[in-house]
Design a protein around this ligand. Structure first.
Ligand SMILES: [Zn+2]
Ligand SMILES: [Zn+2]
Length: 138
């Protein structure tokens, strides 16, 4: 890869509150997809090697995956093509469409080293906005 920004990473601002956000194409090297809620900033992580996922579908469609996920705690649904939402004011962020949306802590664009405080903030973000457990309907 010659282009050092082939995942189109960019720092953007929320169109409503101005919160700095980091948008990046989901890396094809991850073993998972993130599906975003259609009405709030929460996402679920669907691991491709999740046994429940593998047992159900070898060949699966996006619709099938969406239909077996639990609804979001806000009542919304997790979809592949949901709009992204600001973590603070929750408006839609069109600039992040089709990308992963993350909080910008100041190091995502490589301007400085990642600190422990950044890691702690990211863990806080994950626990608030990323669901990895009990994601499937029974
Ligand atoms: Zn906002
Ligand atoms: Zn939601």
């Amino acid at each position: 890869m010659d282009n050092d920004n082939w995942l189109e990473a960019e720092v953007i601002a929320c169109p409503s509150c101005g919160m700095k956000l980091y948008a990046v194409v989901h890396s094809p090297f991850y073993d998972c997809d993130w599906l975003y809620c259609d009405s709030c900033p929460i996402a679920v992580e669907v691991n491709w090697y999740d046994p429940r996922f593998l047992n159900r579908f070898h060949e699966y469609s996006s619709d099938q995956i969406e239909s077996i996920l639990n609804p979001c705690e806000c009542g919304g649904r997790f979809r592949f093509d949901s709009p992204r939402h600001c973590f603070d004011c929750r408006v839609e962020v069109p600039a992040a469409l089709q990308k992963d949306l993350l909080p910008y802590t100041g190091c995502e664009d490589g301007r400085r080293e990642v600190t422990d405080a950044d890691r702690a903030r990211f863990e806080q973000f994950e626990s608030r906005f990323l669901r990895r457990h009990n994601i499937w309907r029974n």
